[in-house]
Ligand binder design. Structure first.
Ligand SMILES: [Zn+2]
Length: 280
C-alpha cells in the first residue's frame, strides 16, 4: 500500500480580473517505505520563471524539492521514477536533480512538447525538452503509450485533455484509490461545479457535469470524457493547484474539502504571503 505526500514547492501569482490569483505548485511523493516515486518535478526557481513568463511568485527549483524530500528522510537519489503528468513548465522542470531516476512520460506528450498546440507554446520550455531528451542513461527515460501498471498499486492512465499526452497516476492506498489529476481540473471547481464547497460561485445548472479548463489541447467533450475516465478508476481526485488538497493521504482523505476557504486565493500587492480567500 502506498502513501502520498503533497509537497508544496512554491506559488505562482497570476493576474486575473484586476486581482492576483495564487496558484500553489506541488509535486507528490508516493512511497510504500521501500519504493519511492515522484509525481511531477515542479517549476524552476521563481527568478527564472519570472524571466521566462513574467509571472511572479515564490519557491521552485531543485533545492526546495530536496528539502521537502529530506523531511521524509529521502534524497533525490532515492526516487526510482519521476512520473510526469505533462511537460508544462510548472510540472516538468528540475529533471537534472534526478540523474538516477527513470522519467516516465507519454510518447505523445513529448511530441506535443516539440510541436505544441499554438495556444500552449508559452507553457513548454526548450530547456525542459532538452533535459528530457538528453537523459544520460538509457534507463533514464521511459516513453510510454496508453494505460499501464507502473508497479502494483500505481496505475497510469492516459487522458488527452489539458495536453495531448496527459497522464494521471492512480495510487492505491489503504483507504482507496487517489488520482493525482494534475492540471486535468487543477482546482476542485472543475470536478464539482455544482458543489457549493468547490467554489464560491456554484454553477447549479452544471449539476452532474464537469467543467473543462481554459487551457486544453482537446475538445471540451474529450476533456470531460477524460475526467469521467478518471472518476471511473479512482475514489478521490487531487488537483494540482488548489490550496485545499490533502497533504498526506490516506490520513487526509476527501472528495471535496469541507469548505470553500482557499478556493480562489487573491492577494493584494502588499499582502503577499497572506491567504485572503477573497473573490472579486
Ligand atoms: Zn499544465
Amino acid at each position: 500500500m502506498f502513501e502520498i505526500h503533497s509537497l508544496r514547492i512554491g506559488e505562482l501569482y497570476l493576474p486575473q480580473g484586476g486581482a492576483i490569483h495564487r496558484d500553489p505548485v506541488h509535486v507528490w511523493l508516493v512511497t510504500d517505505g521501500t519504493q519511492h516515486f515522484l509525481v511531477d518535478s515542479g517549476m524552476a526557481r521563481i527568478e527564472r520563471v519570472e524571466e521566462m513568463l513574467k509571472v511572479s511568485g515564490w519557491g521552485g527549483g531543485p533545492e526546495i524539492i530536496a528539502q521537502e524530500l529530506a523531511k521524509h528522510g529521502l534524497t533525490p537519489d532515492d526516487i526510482s521514477h519521476v512520473i510526469l503528468t505533462h511537460m508544462h513548465f510548472d510540472h516538468a522542470d528540475n529533471l537534472e536533480a534526478f540523474p538516477n531516476s527513470t522519467i516516465v512520460v507519454q510518447r505523445d506528450e513529448v511530441f506535443h512538447a516539440i510541436d505544441p498546440a499554438p495556444t500552449q507554446r508559452p507553457f513548454y520550455k526548450k530547456h525542459i525538452l532538452n533535459e528530457l531528451l538528453g537523459r544520460k542513461r538509457p534507463a533514464g527515460l521511459q516513453l510510454v503509450e496508453g494505460d499501464f501498471d507502473l508497479v502494483e498499486g500505481i496505475r497510469i492512465i492516459k487522458v488527452p485533455s489539458h495536453t495531448a499526452g496527459m497522464q494521471v497516476p492512480i495510487v492505491t492506498t489503504a483507504k482507496g484509490k487517489a488520482a493525482l489529476v494534475s492540471d486535468l481540473g487543477d482546482h476542485y471547481k472543475y470536478w464539482y461545479p455544482a458543489d457549493p464547497r468547490a467554489t464560491r460561485k456554484p454553477m447549479r445548472y452544471l449539476s452532474d457535469t464537469f467543467l473543462a479548463g481554459p487551457i486544453r489541447s482537446e475538445s471540451e467533450r474529450d476533456w470531460c470524457a477524460a475526467m469521467r475516465k478518471v472518476l471511473d478508476n479512482a475514489d478521490i481526485v487531487v488537483p494540482a493547484h488548489d490550496f485545499r488538497i490533502p497533504m498526506h493521504m490516506p490520513e487526509d482523505w476527501w472528495a471535496v474539502p469541507e469548505s470553500n476557504d482557499g478556493d480562489i486565493a487573491h492577494l493584494s500587492p502588499e499582502g503577499a504571503g497572506e491567504n485572503t480567500s477573497e473573490v472579486s
